[in-house]
Design a protein around this ligand. Structure first.
Ligand SMILES: Nc1ncnc2c1ncn2[C@@H]1O[C@H](COP(=O)(O)OP(=O)(O)OP(=O)(O)O)[C@@H](O)[C@H]1O
Ligand SMILES: [Mg+2]
Length: 378
């Protein structure tokens, strides 16, 4: 395991906020929001994992609560918690963030540390295999520090049990010796904030879940919020884009900032090679058709899932494992990545007997829904 400090980011290009003024969101990109924080973030990861700070998305993360687009309820709750903790000169309560991938859990955790003026150590549950992995992290925390554990539902049992007293009383208990000579030694820790992130809150044990003072869900983003994120990223990437172009990308981004940023980069490539000038609505649509992203943001796998349910099972119900076999995706990916958005846009519903493609999904794929489905709609 290695402890790695954040890398120095490339210098930011000069940008203007003019493009963003068309969208009626209260946020503006501040100069400080565009700058990478170059200290205070440590990344703890197993040797084998890719270095997250080397990911291209790192430079696109908002740095302050006011730069974090959308998620108003979450921001309101955290804003109060931060202000109260600062007044009391105490660390923030432990926070559990849950929601589908790419909605901003890691970003929010970095922002929290930055707003509190403390360090953030980032790790991922599967890398905390041995007790000494988590011990090594806990004992090096400074007062108030944020410890971010990604995929916290995958914590090994033994690590989880070490975390209980750490979260509750800021101490860890080590048992030395065996049998009758076994002794428990307690080590005091600096008060800290644990931020856990998960895509599967239901997979957390209740003792762990109950130790979080704040449990917050991240929701899919609205179209205008995503359009704003696209404009912001385009500005950071020095890519000229019209508001309509940003809306087109936003519409196809499955309510997810990470996807919005990814699609913008594909469109940027397309413009560079096939067109020139700014990204307009037509160019964005043309490029994304080429990348097989349809106007609702559905990709090959989504369409394959739905058309399999419709063509082979008359819309369902179909079991999760059968769906997984039909697309070659594993069932967990379908459950955590594909289904949440399909359910959000009303194309799929989960029932105790299996998954059902709704009438809207039939229509979107160009099929005539059966009467039984239509009657559900009315
Ligand atoms: N509210 C937001 N405003 C602007 N950009 C955002 C926001 N949320 C996320 N992003 C962008 O989306 C990218 C993905 O966000 P992040 O890595 O925080 O997601 P995540 O929820 O941690 O995903 P995962 O579950 O896969 O770990 C970030 O690089 C950031 O640029
Ligand atoms: Mg993350």
């Amino acid at each position: 395991m290695a402890i790695i400090s954040s890398k120095k980011q490339p210098s930011e290009p000069d940008r203007s906020n003019a493009q963003l003024e068309d969208l009626s969101l209260p946020l503006q990109i501040s100069e400080s929001g565009q700058r990478r924080r170059q200290s205070g973030v440590e990344l703890v990861r197993p040797e084998s994992e890719p270095e997250e700070h080397g990911k291209p998305e790192e430079g696109l993360r908002p740095q302050k609560l006011s730069d974090y687009v959308g998620q108003k309820d979450l921001k309101d709750v955290l804003d109060i918690a931060i202000q109260a903790a600062k007044v009391r000169k105490e660390p923030l309560d432990h926070l559990l963030l849950y929601g589908p991938p790419g909605l901003g859990k890691t970003t929010m955790s970095l922002i929290l540390a930055s707003e509190m003026g403390v360090n953030c150590k980032i790790t991922s549950a599967p890398s905390l295999e041995r007790p000494r992995d988590i011990m090594g992290l806990l004992v090096t925390l400074q007062p108030g520090d944020v410890l971010f554990i990604d995929e916290i539902h995958r914590l090994p049992r033994i690590t989880e049990e070490l975390l209980y007293p750490a979260m509750e009383d800021f101490r860890v208990d080590i048992i030395g010796g065996k049998g009758r000579s076994a002794r428990t030694q307690s080590i005091k820790l600096a008060p800290f904030t644990l931020v856990g992130a998960t895509t599967r809150v239901g997979a957390l044990t209740s003792p762990l879940r109950d130790r979080f003072g704040l449990i917050q869900k991240l929701r899919f983003y609205e179209l205008n919020e995503l359009a704003y994120i696209v404009l912001r990223t385009a500005s950071l990437l020095n890519t000229p884009i019209t508001t309509e172009g940003a809306c087109e990308i936003a519409r196809r981004s499955r309510g997810t900032p990470r996807i919005a940023n990814r699609l913008l980069k594909r469109v940027r490539d397309y413009v560079q090679v096939k067109a020139s000038g700014e990204v307009t609505q037509e160019i964005a649509a043309e490029a994304l058709e080429l990348f097989d992203v349809d106007p609702c943001g559905l990709d090959w796998t989504d369409r394959r899932l739905l058309s399999f349910m419709i063509e082979r099972h008359n819309g369902g119900p179909v079991g999760l494992e059968t769906l997984a076999a039909s697309t070659g995706e594993d069932s967990q990916t379908i459950e955590e990545v594909y289904e949440p958005y399909l359910m959000q846009i009303g194309y799929l519903s989960r029932t105790p007997r299996g998954r059902i493609a709704t009438a809207a999904a039939w229509k979107h794929l160009g099929y005539q829904p059966p009467d039984s489905q239509l009657s559900l709609m009315s």
